[in-house]
Design a protein around this ligand. Structure first.
Ligand SMILES: CC(=O)N[C@H]1[C@@H](OP(=O)(O)OP(=O)(O)OC[C@H]2O[C@@H](n3ccc(=O)[nH]c3=O)[C@H](O)[C@@H]2O)O[C@H](CO)[C@@H](O)[C@@H]1O
Ligand SMILES: C=C(OP(=O)(O)O)C(=O)O
Length: 432
């Protein structure tokens, strides 16, 4: 079993570079299936298991996806799709696979995809994705564990109101609408930076998408789309994780590539705690010195505080004197890191959707197990601050979303090592 060992107590200092955003690359891989002509080159793609798995899904459909690790880019083409049924074993590995539904439906009139189901952080239904497809004229059924959609001829542009703010459903509906006949209006759309990045890529492919980044997105259908070159936005969650790493170790770190507009809620909360946050065109600097104070955080859709930083922030809040509250409103079960933080001596109790953190006492190193991607990052951060050694297992979760977390933290001065370091890197760069 691979583990990360961290010896806490080092103040992190220096510069760390942010990779391209996993949560933009994944829908962009799916969007590439819309191109009936030409190759796409996506630049700034980190080597992550989620990305390799979704590339495998697109290959299984007949697309080409080649990861070029030395240039951090992926070449994609989908001129001749072979099938519109996605393979169960791959889809089960990751929910993001459901994003191939919209492009397949728009391009071929059909998709058949295993129901992605729940995961550690919540139930995560796909009803709003289906609502979007049905509004565009598709018939969607769920049978024998598969979601199947079809439409005779082309999808038709329509008005789609999403009942809740969903990144996934916004992107799937937007992608499906690109090749529909006529105009689509998506209301109550998600405004996350990744939605905007996907829209920019779709437009580079010949689509006509307007308004991404606001809660109303308009799509004017086009007859066909082609490949395009696109550089993905920096990963705001990876950036935020390093910003919190600086804060939790009372360090001084410049996170190069971090975009302030994408991280304004985190910057505000760090400042409320007493941390100095300076932003400029190249990135964000975080400098933390005592005294710091307790804060409250509530997760919300963008531009609210991101749920994907809640676990990491909670580790930081455990180091703040006084009582801090972390309220999770996006996913119903995203507190699985709490028992592990408790193992490290953090005083946290859960009251409904709120975690009450009585912080300020030093955490102590322990053997802990990650239950999901961001929990894994949170436990490593807690280990950076704890007295003694922390051993984190469950690294398959971490590898979904962080390329070389250990190397990057070490370059900032952390005492950290990974038991399978050489193998992990080899495994992650060899996919095609
Ligand atoms: C690969 C990727 O980009 N994942 C991100 C994406 O996930 P994802 O796109 O799955 O998250 P959503 O924004 O769709 O989910 C938000 C909430 O809506 C619910 N919901 C969603 C769809 C639906 O049809 N019905 C429904 O009830 C979900 O269960 C959840 O409670 O956005 C989340 C919210 O910012 C992030 O935490 C994830 O990291
Ligand atoms: C929850 C996440 O990803 P996914 O939606 O793929 O589970 C995440 O990136 O934190």
């Amino acid at each position: 079993m691979a583990t990360i060992k961290v010896r806490g107590g080092q103040r992190l200092t220096g510069v760390v570079q942010v990779d391209g955003a996993k949560n933009a690359v994944l829908p962009i891989l799916a969007a590439s299936l819309l191109a009936s002509q030409g190759e796409s080159i996506i630049e700034g793609v980190p080597s992550l298991t989620d990305i390799h798995n979704l590339a495998e899904v697109t290959r299984s459909l007949g697309g080409k996806a080649e990861y070029v690790s030395q240039h951090a880019l992926i070449r994609l083409s989908a001129e001749n799709l072979q099938t519109t049924t996605a393979p169960e074993e791959l889809v089960r590995k990751m929910r993001a696979s459901f994003w191939v539904a919209g492009p397949l439906l728009a391009r071929t009139g059909h998709f058949r995809i295993p129901l992605p189901g729940g995961c550690n952080i919540g139930e995560r239904p796909v009803d709003q994705h289906i609502k979007g497809f049905e509004a565009l004229g598709a018939t969607v059924t769920i049978e024998h564990g598969y979601v199947e959609g079809h439409v005779h001829g082309k999808l038709r542009g329509a008005r789609v109101y999403l009942d809740l703010i969903s990144v996934g459903a916004t992107i799937n509906t937007m992608m499906a609408a690109t090749l529909a006949q006529g105009q689509t209006l998506i209301e109550n759309a998600a405004k996350e930076p990744e939605v905007v990045d996907v829209a920019n890529y779709l437009n580079a492919m010949g689509a006509k998408v307007r308004g991404a980044g606001t809660d109303v997105i308009r799509v004017e259908g086009v007859p066909f789309m082609h490949g395009a070159t696109h550089t993905v936005i920096p990963d705001r969650i990876e950036a935020g994780t390093y910003m919190i790493a600086a804060a939790i170790t009372r360090g001084d770190v410049f996170v190069e590539g971090a975009i302030y507009n994408h991280l304004s809620s985190l910057c505000a909360k760090l400042r409320e705690a007493g941390v100095t946050v300076e932003d400029d065109i190249h990135g964000i600097r975080v400098v933390a010195t005592e005294p710091l104070r307790a804060i409250d955080v509530k997760t919300l859709p963008h531009p609210g505080f991101p749920t994907d930083l809640q676990a990491q922030m909670m580790a930081f809040m455990a180091t703040l004197p006084g009582t801090s509250l972390a309220t999770e409103t996006v996913f119903e079960n995203r507190f699985l890191h709490v028992p592990e933080l408790r193992r490290m001596g953090a005083e946290v109790r859960i009251e409904g959707r709120t975690a009450v953190i009585d912080g300020g006492q030093p955490m102590t190193g322990a053997a802990v197990k990650a239950s999901d991607l961001r929990a894994a990052a949170a436990l490593v951060l807690a280990g950076l601050s704890a007295e003694g050694e922390t051993e984190v297992s469950g690294l398959e979760h971490l590898d979904r979303g962080y390329a070389d977390l250990v190397g990057k933290l070490r370059s900032l001065g952390a005492h950290i090592e990974r038991s399978d370091e050489a193998n992990a890197r080899l495994k992650l760069v060899s996919s095609h």
